[in-house]
Every structure is written in C-alpha cells, then in structure tokens.
Design a binder for this molecule. Structure first.
Ligand code: TYD
Length: 136
C-alpha cells in the first residue's frame, strides 16, 4: 500500500474567512470515535514513536508546522504538514513520529478507536517484527 496518504479537505472561503469540514467517511475513511489535539508544543520535542495495532488516525496541523515520519517496517517516509486543509492518514501497521513541531503548532488527531493503551506498540524492534510478519 502506498503511504503516507494525504487527504485534502475542501476549503469554503468567503469574505469572512475560511472553513473546512470533515465527517465520517467523507473524506475521513473511518468512523471517528476519538478526537484529541496537541498544543503548547516545545520546539525540539518530538512526539509519537509508536504504532497502533488497530486504530486508524488522521493527523491535521491546524496551525504552525510539523513533519510526520511514517514507517511501514521497510521504508521511512516523511511529510511536512503546514496547512489546515490537508491531513495525513495513518492506516495499517505504521510507526509514526512527529518532528520539527513549531512552537505555535496545533495538531488535531481523529482516531477510529477510543483510547486503549494495549493498542500501542512502543518498542521499535517489536514493531518491525509485527510489521514484517504481516507484510512478508
Ligand atoms: P502520547 O501517546 O504520549 O502522545 P503522542 O502520541 O503525541 O506522543 O500521550 C500522552 C499522554 O496522554 C499519555 O499519558 C496517554 C494520554 N492519552 C490519553 O489518555 N488519551 C488519549 O486519547 C491520548 C492520545 C493520550
């Protein structure tokens, strides 16, 4: 599967400003069961460094900028998020890291599952074994 997939949101612009909307299945390809956001970030403090066994996520940078690294166990790719009209879809067994967050960064994350600490894989070597056994 090609990754990371970027999702573009429609911008509705008028003389008052701009608006973006998203909902289950359009264009978010899953039922949204959890929303969280990250703010007051410190420059030089990366986040993430885990993989989810089941949860799918879309990460959107509403303000500021960051670089999302996505790794499928074979390749690492990165994408810079710097606009509120696009999000990165993290679906399947993918390791993610978020780097280069600017101090004004506001990150919105939409997730397909409620919070479950057992859904996380935090150990990179464990992730590699899981990812390679699924894909190999
Ligand atoms: P963490 O997973 O470390 O954030 P990131 O993926 O951005 O590095 O989450 C930080 C803390 O917040 C951690 O103690 C778990 C808690 N948390 C919840 O309780 N619910 C949630 O939905 C999320 C995402 C985190």
């Amino acid at each position: 599967m090609e990754f990371p997939q970027l999702i573009s949101f429609n911008r509705v612009s008028d003389e008052r400003g701009e608006l973006v909307f998203m909902e289950e299945n359009s264009p978010i390809p899953f039922r949204i069961q959890r929303v969280y956001y990250i703010f007051n970030t410190l420059e030089g403090k990366p986040r993430g460094f885990h993989c989810h066994r089941h949860s799918e996520q879309v990460v959107i940078c509403l303000r500021g900028q960051c670089r999302v690294v996505v790794d499928d166990g074979w390749q690492r790719k990165d994408v810079v998020l710097a606009s509120p009209d696009q999000g990165v879809l993290i679906q399947g067994m993918l390791w993610r890291e978020i780097h280069d967050l600017t101090a004004d960064c506001l990150l919105l994350v939409l997730a397909s599952e409620t919070y479950d600490p057992t859904d996380y894989i935090y150990d990179y070597d464990d992730f590699i074994s899981h990812a390679r056994s699924q894909q190999g």
